[in-house]
Design a protein around this ligand. Structure first.
Ligand code: SF4
Length: 160
């Protein structure tokens, strides 16, 4: 079961414009120097189902111009257990026709391989506009980078 740690209606830090940001619980990437270890445990927060009305309400707000999905790792459940909630969350966010950005510690290549195994090869391109991928690498840490912590992480526009 996918749990949500936090939902912010107005976020101007994670991505361009005014965004609704959703933090998903669970991460087992164990990056050295991780600044959000409190998000690693997947068994905390509120179940996605319980949060859906709140997310819908925020995304209906015309002031909100985009959606950011962060963690933890929003794709933790794609690799560990029940991935249906990941699909539900992406579909829900995408349905408001506002750009969906996702931050993950997995690389796009790892995700694509997993999606092939799950027979959902087009999940990313169908529901995500921008993917910020890769584990945080403390040896490549750069405070000047926008929207990412280390230079190995990529900002990938999926439908370009
Ligand atoms: S992916 Fe993010 S939350 Fe997970 S260990 Fe790495 S830095 Fe921390």
């Amino acid at each position: 079961m996918l749990n949500i740690l936090e939902i912010k209606q107005y976020d101007v830090i994670n991505g361009p414009g005014i965004r609704c940001s959703i933090w998903v619980a669970g991460c087992n990437n164990h990056c050295e120097g991780c600044w959000s270890k409190h998000t690693w445990n997947p068994n905390q927060g509120r179940p996605l189902k319980e949060c859906i009305p709140e997310i819908k309400n925020y995304l209906n707000n015309p002031k909100v111009t985009g959606v950011s999905i962060l963690g933890g790792d929003p794709f933790y459940h794609l690799f560990n257990g029940d991935y249906n909630d990941v699909v539900t969350l992406l579909m829900l966010c995408h349905s408001y026709n506002k750009p969906v950005w996702v931050w993950t510690g997995y690389t796009k290549e790892e995700i694509d391989k997993r999606l092939q195994e799950l027979r959902m090869p087009n999940l990313l391109t169908a529901f995500v506009d921008v993917l910020i991928d890769g584990r945080f690498d403390i040896t490549k840490k750069d405070m000047n980078l926008k929207w990412r912590g280390s230079s190995n992480q990529r900002i990938i526009e999926l439908n370009k």
